[in-house]
Ligand binder design. Structure first.
Ligand SMILES: C[S@@+](CC[C@H](N)C(=O)[O-])C[C@H]1O[C@@H](n2cnc3c(N)ncnc32)[C@H](O)[C@@H]1O
Length: 305
């Protein structure tokens, strides 16, 4: 199968937030190169849509996930996607993913309910990734996760992943380098006493508990019986600067405007929006690839000894 056009796929879902579509497309190009072997776990899968697209899945143009989103918690820095299932993604699957994860794991049942509809996961488990994971020692071949920096005590999290992986099993991890918070200026609002940066950050800093350089990641791995066998930096300076602002600050009126349209008008606007945004984002993705500076994120592959 030809490599999916990740930018088009992510933009079809994240159309009102193009900066997130760009991020996810850049990430998918890097992460999708690494095979996922069974038994496998998507740790902190959320609603599963990112992993669904990365696994080659595709939604039709009629899938408008934002019709289900809410901006009511915007002032309290709540996530717009953290909502119960209303639009069933299963009704809009145009292409099934080419692989499946055995387990989806997240602490939010409403997100797992959506993930369970994608045909991507054999089993959805709700629990706290800060505690002991509900898997036997050495029982998994792959753990994919993009949430470790949301969790306290990185050494304990690495140890837990090391425990559940079998010898030769691999952890595929997305991790923040300290550079991330230097590039995304809004994360410096507190130190710089900047109201503007605080408004732009909207509480994202509260979820991002730690960063690690590559030598630090290697050291965490080593202590957990995990050897670094692959690494790629991703998310360039221009991509992250765009993402740090994007359309996030004006999201409530944007969402409200689109939610007041009739279904037909909404579909028309969505198509025009994507047609307009796609060439710009494609060029941004080329700029991302060419930027010579070190990236803000690490994608690492760690193998259990
Ligand atoms: C950045 S999102 C990642 C979602 C998806 N994997 C992706 O890459 O787009 C972080 C996810 O971690 C979950 N999460 C945060 N803290 C958690 C915890 N203590 N236990 C389990 N899941 C958690 C959140 O519910 C959310 O779905």
């Amino acid at each position: 199968m030809a490599k999916p056009d990740f930018l088009k796929e992510h933009l079809n879902v994240w159309w009102l937030r193009p900066e997130q579509a760009l991020w996810d497309a850049v990430a998918s190009d890097v992460i999708a190169k690494e095979p996922v072997r069974s038994p496998s776990l998507d740790l902190g899968c959320g609603n599963g849509i990112y992993s669904f697209i990365q696994a080659g899945g595709s939604f039709g143009p009629g899938y408008d996930w934002f019709s289900n989103a809410t901006a009511s918690g915007f002032r309290k820095n709540k996530d717009s996607y953290d909502v119960p299932l209303a639009v069933d993604p299963a009704d809009h699957i145009a292409r099934k993913p080419r692989m499946r994860f055995d387990f989806a794991f997240d602490h939010k049942q409403n997100l797992l309910d959506q993930a369970a509809r994608l045909g991507l996961y054999e089993k959805a488990l709700c629990g706290d990734a800060q505690s002991r994971l509900p898997f036997a020692d050495g029982s998994l071949a792959t753990v994919f996760s993009n949430i470790l920096y949301w969790l306290r005590d990185p050494a304990a999290r690495f140890a837990e992943i090391g425990r559940v992986l079998r010898p030769g099993g691999r952890a595929l991890l997305c991790l923040q380098d300290p550079r991330f918070k230097a590039i995304c200026e809004s994360y410096q609002w507190h130190r710089r006493r900047s109201e503007l940066l605080r408004l732009l950050n909207r509480g994202r800093d509260v979820c991002n508990l730690w960063t690690a350089s590559l030598p630090e990641i290697k050291a965490f791995g080593r202590r957990a019986g995990l050897r670094l066998v692959g690494h790629e930096g991703y998310l360039s300076v221009p991509t992250l600067r765009f993402w740090d602002v994007g359309l996030r600050p004006i999201f409530p009126p944007l969402l409200t405007m689109t939610q007041r349209l009739s279904p037909a008008a909404r579909a028309e606007v969505k198509a025009l929006w994507i047609e307009t945004a796609l060439p710009v984002l494609e060029e941004m993705k080329r700029v991302d690839a060419k930027d010579p500076r070190p990236r803000g994120y690490h994608f690492v592959v760690l193998e259990r000894r």
